[in-house]
Write a protein that binds this ligand. Structure first.
Ligand code: SF4
Length: 248
């Protein structure tokens, strides 16, 4: 299985939880804001040393809430991932999977096997956030909606992350997405940041759409009005000032 590494204790990968986080390589999408694009493209990747990983997980199990698998898109290697998660079950650590939720068949298999306890996903709106032509992006959106239904059908709790871009009204798609949910969930708003905080795949796209401001507030207000739990990750004012110099 191809990985770019793991971090034995992380406080930033699942909201309010301590995780042991593993990054797996490859992805079926081309999101322009992706700051893990090198992992998504399979760059800087190497074969996972499963024994070393499991030994370290065992040693840290008492500290963590989840073994969190992210990427890239972890379900690109779903068969090997399934075998790994079956071994993690013996360590008795809950598993959290961060997936773009478009590889619905593999997701359903892992959920049916009882190998995943928590899912995190990005709701990408508008569809240009998929970084693909219009028709494939529409198909991916339909798969994503199906993915939300599959997570709900298995009753698995969900962290629904919304990468918020500047200059778009994402609400119509956000609303369509949350209507499909019938499981415990909360929202995490992630304002899309550029350099120097992150290293996005497409600098030109980022100059037009990174560093949203009013878009965040509007979404926060909408969720609060609906009584939905919402958390916002804020970037620092200093970083914003730096970026205005870079992009404007
Ligand atoms: S943001 Fe996630 S889904 Fe999009 S290209 Fe990057 S790793 Fe893939």
């Amino acid at each position: 299985m191809l990985t770019s590494g793991w971090k034995s204790v992380s406080m930033v990968d699942v909201h309010g939880k301590v995780t042991f986080t593993l990054w797996l390589c490859g992805c079926n999408l081309k999101c322009p804001f992706c700051h893990n694009w090198r992992i998504a493209e399979g760059l800087d990747c190497f074969q996972l040393n499963k024994k070393a990983l499991l030994d370290e997980l065992k040693s840290n199990a008492f500290l963590i809430d989840y073994f969190h698998v992210t990427g890239g898109e972890p379900l690109m290697q779903w068969m090997e991932l399934g075998s790994l998660l079956a071994e993690v079950r013996f360590i008795d650590v809950p598993v959290s999977l961060n997936t773009n939720l478009t590889l619905v068949g593999p997701l359903d298999r892992l959920l049916k096997a009882g190998l995943v306890d928590h899912v995190a996903t990005d709701l990408k709106a508008p569809l240009e956030l998929y970084g693909l032509p219009e028709e494939p992006a529409k198909m991916l959106w339909r798969l994503f909606l199906r993915g939300l239904e599959v997570v709900s059908a298995h009753g698995v709790p969900l962290e629904l992350r919304i990468p918020v871009a500047r200059g778009f009204n994402s609400w119509p798609l956000v609303e369509e997405g949350i209507k499909r949910l019938d499981t415990d969930y909360y929202i995490v708003l992630n304002p899309i940041a550029g350099k120097p905080l992150t290293n996005p795949r497409d600098d030109e796209w980022c100059s037009d759409h990174c560093w949203p401001e009013k878009e965040i507030k509007k979404l926060e207000d909408r969720f609060k009005a609906l009584g939905i739990s919402v958390y916002t990750n804020h970037f620092t004012d200093a970083a914003k000032r730096f970026n205005r110099k870079l992009y404007k």
